[in-house]
Design a protein around this ligand. Sequence first.
Ligand SMILES: Nc1ncnc2c1ncn2[C@@H]1O[C@H](COP(=O)(O)OP(=O)(O)OP(=O)(O)O)[C@@H](O)[C@H]1O
Ligand SMILES: [Mg+2]
Length: 270
Amino acid sequence: MNNVSPLPFHLKGVTLSRGGKQVLKDITTSFAADPPKTVIIGPNGAGKSLLLQLCHGLIPADHGVIEWSNNHDRDALSKSQAMVFQRPVLFRRSVIANVILALKIAGFSKSERRDRANLALKKTGLNRHAATPARSLSFGEQQRLALARALAVEPRVLFLDEPTASLDPAAAHLVEGLIEEATTDGVKIIMTCHDLNQARRLADEIIFMHRGRIKERANADRFFASPQNDLAQAFIRGELLWWRRQSIFNDVRDDDDRVACGTRNNRGEC
Ligand SMILES: Nc1ncnc2c1ncn2[C@@H]1O[C@H](COP(=O)(O)OP(=O)(O)OP(=O)(O)O)[C@@H](O)[C@H]1O
Ligand SMILES: [Mg+2]
């Protein structure tokens, strides 16, 4: 594992616009090694994927900054954190070559790349596909390959965007096991998911997002027992439908999320 951790990292007043609209709004929060697994939930379009991409360094914020610890520059960051995307991008080469290339980019010596790649494929149940062209894998297998590629470089922080969204139950179970195992190895997991049962199983803490804002952040047990924010309550009851928000909260204007915000935590989020 890369020895120097970039944790904790801090987002300060981060905003992002897309298509002339603010899609991340003044986000100020921090991520530390503890708790190990942070799961971000919220309705479609809440900004979950963009937040991960921004933390991963793939897109710049319009305003605000992200500050990493231990003087991590862009180069060091690329070795200490990895991301698995909702739609993985694989290179036009074999399954094992995809993992080997990721290891090369992360600076692993030629002599150790193949062993590490084989181990990562074995862990993710893809060893029998090692020589298969990566792009001919099924979508679920491609997602597992993306995870193998990310885990092989032993990141300190792993961003996972709906890592089991298109997996069958057995493969999803395998991926959940890999996530737990990575945590045991000291990897900080920051992931999104739509499966609330999975969030209950995996999360140490929950971040609930709605329309570009963090509405609630809490210990997972506490969150699921009694979410404080009214939108979060509606969401876990399965009642927060993006096209019917007005009818659930008649007093809430669509463009003013703060009005609906029930509580504010000690980080100043609501
Ligand atoms: N390039 C773009 N142009 C315009 N709008 C965009 C663009 N990229 C993202 N958005 C908008 O930003 C908002 C947040 O997108 P994001 O993908 O982060 O949502 P999400 O919470 O991950 O949703 P989902 O649960 O469906 O994955 C959405 O309303 C989306 O339509
Ligand atoms: Mg998304």
